[in-house]
Design a protein. Structure first.
Length: 201
């Protein structure tokens, strides 16, 4: 049985990945966040009208790549990775690991609860059916980087309180959305400390 915890994914945590798809002989890659629902199931939200969503709807399959290569993310954002980045499995050669998925369900939604993102997306739930591990490496999560940045910001808050408080508010929003239980607890500690110091948040 496939077990996503063997490549570092934890239940309920949001990870930054690159999803690769293939349709009619053409490959596509896109940076997409996935949430680990359990040991073999993930969920992701994908913009309507994207090539990735079209390919997934047509084939009911896709590959999730655990990768920290900056060029892979940049190529995937601007267009798609060069063919030389892909192996015969349509996985990224530079990935620490990747896993193939089969779609369980696709649901079209408009996300109203997010104050920033109200675009139309499809929520995809899928089962991981095969894992390929290339090397050691952890899946990316934005929360830890934002937490470190927040710690840096509170040390400089007296220089420009409004600026750094706004940055902290945005960091808290994102960490609350994508972070682990510990990440969320840590940012709450920072916010509580600032409130005790007299700052309004």
């Amino acid at each position: 049985m496939v077990d996503l915890t063997t490549i570092g994914l934890e239940k309920g945590v949001h990870y930054e990945t690159i999803i690769t798809t293939e349709y009619c002989g053409k490959s596509n890659s896109a940076p997409i966040g996935v949430i680990c629902l359990n040991k073999d199931t993930i969920m992701c939200r994908i913009f309507n009208k994207s090539k990735t969503l079209r390919n997934i709807k047509e084939t009911k399959r896709f590959t999730v790549n655990i990768v920290d290569n900056p060029f892979a993310f940049t190529y995937s954002t601007l267009s798609t990775v060069p063919k030389s980045y892909l192996n015969e499995d349509n996985g990224l050669k530079c990935s620490a690991s990747y896993f193939k998925c089969e779609v369980d369900s696709i649901k079209d939604v408009v996300k109203d609860i997010d104050p920033v993102d109200k675009s139309k997306k499809s929520i995809i739930k899928a089962k991981a059916i095969e894992i390929c591990k290339n090397k050691e490496g952890k899946p990316l999560n934005r929360a830890m980087d934002l937490l470190v940045e927040s710690i840096y910001n509170i040390r400089r808050i007296n220089e420009n309180p409004e600026y750094y408080l706004n940055r902290l508010k945005e960091a808290k929003r994102v960490i609350t959305k994508v972070g682990s239980r510990d990440d969320k607890k840590a940012i709450r500690m920072i916010i509580e400390h600032l409130k005790n110091e007299g700052y309004e948040l």
